[in-house]
Design a protein around this ligand. Structure first.
Ligand SMILES: *Cc1c(COP(=O)(O)O)cnc(C)c1O
Length: 234
């Protein structure tokens, strides 16, 4: 079995070659290690191996890793479904909340950030495949939520995130392309002169190279780095 170090290397090379294929600078793309179910030890090894951003999707696991300082040396992003009653465990503890999908949640984040005296960076999660099982808002609702974010003083919208459907034969390039269009569109509609809106998070182990070809700036990769996960407990 290839080592974690070799996996990190390989994924980085794949990102770089996909970027070059389409004339992008590989430096524009950040590899986010999706560290769910991994131990403190594995997370530390990944960071020692060059991982600069960890993405967590469970508040409880994240809190435990934070307590043991497992993410030291890396940024932390929250990438999972966030319940409003748990925002106080996430706001101010992560550089970026990637998965904001309702006005209600956005307001709760803003309120907690205000309490802590900080501005929380967020992405809007888009349900680009219109799947009932997935969180995220429909593409048509993104602009309204982006406008809402711009009215709240303690959140800063940095871009969009998507988890497209499980890829079929032809892969997810169509969804990724659609997300890129939406990203460009929102940036323009929000009059983003400060270039705050510069994050497009899409692509996972099976399709991150395609996501890079279509304009991703953040790819979230778990299995291709750490190997297959045991089945998730509900
Ligand atoms: C687990 C997870 C990933 C990574 O999935 P892999 O297929 O293991 O690469 C990416 N994004 C989110 C939101 C996740 O929960």
């Amino acid at each position: 079995m290839p080592s974690l170090q070799e996996n990190i290397q390989r994924v980085r090379e794949n990102i770089a070659s996909a970027a070059r294929e389409v004339g992008r600078d590989p430096g524009e793309i950040t590899l986010v290690a999706a560290t769910k179910v991994q131990s403190d030890e594995t997370i530390r090894a990944a960071i020692a191996g060059g991982i600069t951003v960890c993405g967590e999707n469970r508040v409880q696991e994240m809190t435990a890793h934070l307590e043991s300082d497992a993410y030291a040396g890396a940024e932390l992003h929250f990438i999972g479904h966030l319940q409003t009653n748990k925002v106080n465990k996430v706001v101010g503890r992560v550089e970026l909340i990637q998965s904001v999908s309702s006005e209600h949640l956005l307001e709760a984040i803003d309120k907690q950030a205000a309490k802590l005296g900080l501005v929380q960076d967020v992405l809007i999660e888009v349900n680009v495949g219109y799947e009932e099982s997935k969180s995220g808002i429909a593409p048509a609702e993104v602009e309204a939520l982006a406008r809402k974010a711009s009215e709240l003083p303690n959140v800063r919208l940095r871009g969009l995130m998507a988890i497209p459907p499980v890829a079929g034969e032809e892969g997810n390039r169509g969804f990724f392309r659609e997300m890129y269009q939406l990203f460009v569109d929102i940036k323009q509609k929000m009059g983003d002169n400060e270039a705050d809106i510069n994050c497009l998070s899409m692509g996972m182990s099976d399709d991150y190279a395609d996501a890079v070809r279509e304009g991703a700036t953040l790819v979230r990769v778990g299995t291709a780095l750490f190997g297959a996960r045991p089945p998730m407990h509900p």
